[in-house]
Ligand binder design. Sequence first.
Ligand SMILES: Cc1cc2nc3c(=O)[nH]c(=O)nc-3n(C[C@H](O)[C@H](O)[C@H](O)COP(=O)(O)OP(=O)(O)OC[C@H]3O[C@@H](n4cnc5c(N)ncnc54)[C@H](O)[C@@H]3O)c2cc1C
Length: 487
Amino acid sequence: MRTKKQYIEGLRKKNHNIYFNGKTIDRDDEMMMPSIDVMGITFDLVSDPKYKDLLTVKSHLTGETINRFNHICHSTDDLHKKQDMTRALCQLVWGCIQRCMGLDASNTIYNVSYEADKQNKGSTEYHKNFKKWLERFQREDLVGCCAQTDVKGDRMKRPSQQIDPDLYVHVVERKSDGIVVRGCKVHNSLASIADEILVVPTRSLLPEEKDWAVAFAVPADWEGVKQVVTFHNIRERDVFKKGFAQGSSDSYTIFDNCFIPWERVFLCGETSHGGVAALLFALFHRHSYSGCKPALGELLLGTVALAAEYNGIAKASHVRDRLAEIIRTAELGYAAGYTGSALGKPEVYMPGTGLVTYGPGSYIPNSIYCNVGRCLTGEAVYREYEILCEISGGIPATFPHEADFTNPVTADLLKKYTMRNPSININDAIKLWMHIGDVLCSSTGGITMMANYHGGGSPIMESIAITSQYDIDARKNMVKKIAGIEG
Ligand SMILES: Cc1cc2nc3c(=O)[nH]c(=O)nc-3n(C[C@H](O)[C@H](O)[C@H](O)COP(=O)(O)OP(=O)(O)OC[C@H]3O[C@@H](n4cnc5c(N)ncnc54)[C@H](O)[C@@H]3O)c2cc1C
């Protein structure tokens, strides 16, 4: 397994295809470093006795010890550990640990490539090629990201109905040695600091939409790939430093007539499995949310509790109610994911058919529980931030800049007027209000809220998944029986 240093060295060697604010930038640009520091945790902690068991696992392909972020889940225990690893690491970085995207996409493609080959009765070798790709991904301890979300153009039209077919990534040419693809995937978290980009379809597809049923993996600096990146970093501090300064980045990943050799193509034209790939990535990713959202809930809970203490209102009854509300959501989200893990099977929901055995035997979490958990915690995001806003009062919004707390003219005056609870060290109070400013009032805070609401699929998408997969007729029949309704 690699160290964080070796991971950064790998990033430095990549071709220049990252565009930011009108220029190309290096992958170790200072804007990238906060995201790299988050990712670095996934390398740093593999030998830490506290995290080793969660973060490492034996590869089912080689038997070697690998990073769990590159592992294919083969048991309910693997699913539980995936959830717990995500929760444990997100607690350390204030939110998204970023590397789950590659984990969820590789688990998706592992299953879908197998089923597509089965449908093609041996005329394709997607699964064999994917396993070859996976072996290297695991051995070299690479970082993967997932490019699923297409730009999608007119939301009321299907891929084949758009005025521009490129609004969903699709195959424009099939050659003897590979395919050429064009289109743009958006909101791709960590793509700029990833080694590999895994691409899967974004939605279900009609039989005539073969060109859009495509899944593949390319190095993040591959010829024909351009990444236009945005950064979400917090304001740097010199004196009142944070213990961990989190950051993230997202890319528009543009495939500009990009050639993909066949050995990196894992689905090409099998529309029904393209639809399953879309559902399956969403499902694996919603399962990851059952780890990260409880962690974020815990972090918000701790922040609200500290804000109440520093404001001297910790014993007020409404504070207890608000803390209970956050705990309820976080732990119900975790419980839903836990059940999703415990009920995991090599099984997916096939629209129109129902639950079917799927893939080569690896484990897929239960869809209903992953979706209800993600929906519950996703819808609660803004409410949780509202609670933090309520309990903090207005101070994080207008808090002076750091240098005003060190300027001899204003420092003592500002400290005197920042004091609320005399038992709290004033420098600690300054750090807390600055931290809450980062959480509630910064551009990073705003993006984190949106990420937690929409990432992995907006709550409306989970509602659609739940209601289409839940047997509502069976429940109608229960009630008919009790009400004495016949027919
Ligand atoms: C910070 C962040 C990070 C993310 N990271 C990743 C990532 O790493 N990889 C990745 O692939 N994706 C990523 N996502 C994308 C995420 O999954 C999507 O944002 C989410 O699925 C919603 O899609 P959208 O943004 O295109 O919203 P839209 O589709 O534009 O939705 C806008 C509104 O239109 C409604 N709507 C859309 N279509 C229809 C329709 N046909 N009928 C009726 N109403 C409709 C929606 O319900 C919603 O209310 C990320 C998103 C964010 C915000």
